[in-house]
Design a protein around this ligand. Structure first.
Ligand code: SAM
Length: 212
């Protein structure tokens, strides 16, 4: 998600260091203490934060961390969190490639990948958030019973992800090729999801559980 430069974004992020975490390495092993929670959810590529801000209200006892590398986009997410006075939510405004340097082994309970960039050219597939390079990091950071939950509109990315997690030995716990066919009030809509639903497109969703 690219956006025109927002002049207010950088000073706004700097003014909210409790929400836009500057040096996530300093919190390694301490995220649950910081967010005062028992269960930790991390959304990678959270965009403008619609999902994690809403979920932090729906599941108010869990801690939520949104990771977004685009500062102009992340600033919109942080603004929503400020307005909601969220208590168990914060953001990392960096590329998620460093994930295992920010989280202790088994520290995260659930990783959410919502409408991740598909990177359709095969030369760029290492950038897909469901590429095995990322999956290895997820394995390290997730708890024993930890899960990755993916939603996407993109059938090619979905097929790639199903094969990639299977190759890495993960258990496919749930799969749907039309998740919103039924009501799911427990699960918030993301910004992209709303757009695809308005276009009548099906939402693919899978949950993987790591083994060991
Ligand atoms: N999840 C949101 C939604 O469903 O509305 C945004 C989807 S948008 C297509 C994907 C977002 O992921 C973009 O804002 C992009 O900057 C971010 N992103 C992609 N790769 C990333 C990475 N490696 N680390 C952090 N953010 C990433």
């Amino acid at each position: 998600m690219r956006m025109r430069k927002k002049t207010w974004a950088a000073p706004f992020l700097e003014a909210h260091p409790e929400l836009a975490i500057n040096d996530p390495k300093n919190y390694k092993g301490k995220w649950k203490e910081y967010l005062n929670c028992q269960s930790l959810h991390v959304e990678i590529g959270c965009g403008k934060g619609d999902y994690c801000t809403q979920m932090s209200v729906k599941e108010e006892h869990s801690g939520w961390i949104g990771i977004e590398r685009e500062r102009n986009v992340a600033a919109v997410a942080v603004k929503k969190a400020v307005e909601m006075e969220s208590k168990r939510l914060c953001f990392i405004v960096q590329d998620a490639g460093q994930l295992s340097e920010w989280f202790e082994e088994k520290e995260i309970d659930v990783i959410h990948l919502n409408f991740s960039d598909p990177w359709p050219k095969s030369g760029y597939k290492k950038r897909r958030l469901s590429h095995r390079g990322f999956i290895e990091q997820y394995k390290q950071c997730l708890a024993e019973q930890g899960r990755v939950i993916m939603k996407t509109d993109n059938s090619t990315l979905f097929e790639f992800s199903l094969l990639e997690f299977a190759d890495c030995g993960w258990k496919l716990a749930e799969v749907s090729v039309d998740f919103r066919r039924k009501e799911h009030p427990e699960d918030a809509l993301t910004e992209y999801e709303k757009r695809f639903l308005e276009l009548g497109q099906p939402i693919y969703r899978a949950i993987w559980q790591k083994n060991g």
